[in-house]
Design a binder for this molecule. Sequence first.
Ligand SMILES: C[S@@+](CC[C@H](N)C(=O)[O-])C[C@H]1O[C@@H](n2cnc3c(N)ncnc32)[C@H](O)[C@@H]1O
Length: 234
Amino acid sequence: MHAKGESLARLVAWVNPKSDWQALDVGTGAGHTALAFAPHVAHVVALDLVREMLVKTTDLADRRNITNLETREGNAEVLRFDDASFDLVTCRLAFHHFPRPRQAISQFVRVLRRGGTLGFTDNIVTPDEDCAEHYNTFERLRDPSHHWVYPLERLQTMFEQAGLQVEATRQLTKEFEFHQWADRQHVSSAGKEQLLEMMRNTPAKLTALFRPRWDNGTLYFTLWEAVMVARKAT
Ligand SMILES: C[S@@+](CC[C@H](N)C(=O)[O-])C[C@H]1O[C@@H](n2cnc3c(N)ncnc32)[C@H](O)[C@@H]1O
């Protein structure tokens, strides 16, 4: 799913990477974002907290004959790189796992050179606090490593307060079939029942986001994802 998401093509197009750039992809997972940027830049470091994910990244890079990608085990909130060592930092669909989001952003800014680019995507939620609570509880029931998804405005504020200028944002909508979505995280039958119960009790203000619909006995619902490109001051 992460390999094919619409946000990836949009991110590459908007960032407009240059062939002499040093890039860092934070929370790389199986490396789909790092691999999408690798052919357009000089070198990419693909970083993740989980070693098993980096093995997948290396396998995919080998299969695609990508030789300018190196993997690094590490934490987004404690990046072990010198100041100003990257032209580009990307972080796609990983930020909602970080318990100290401001710390992660300040690390992105620190390792970016002046004028460097942050290419970012993550799921977002509506601004209402009750909705955010319901939404994040729902996500965490499916994936205990989920920390928090923010409204777009809040992300923009966090970026700007850290010294980034947001240059472009786009909100995308993606639809999921409930069982496929839950099975990717091996949710038990009891867990699925809890999630379905939460979906039935979705606060009215959140239905515009989830847009639940039942078709042939199966639930379909949507999530929102923001694509953002921001620049560090020169
Ligand atoms: C959904 S996957 C990322 C998908 C990937 N960026 C892509 O575009 O296909 C989220 C990843 O974030 C990683 N992660 C979670 N917390 C992290 C942290 N504090 N530092 C670095 N990586 C982290 C997880 O191990 C997981 O591999």
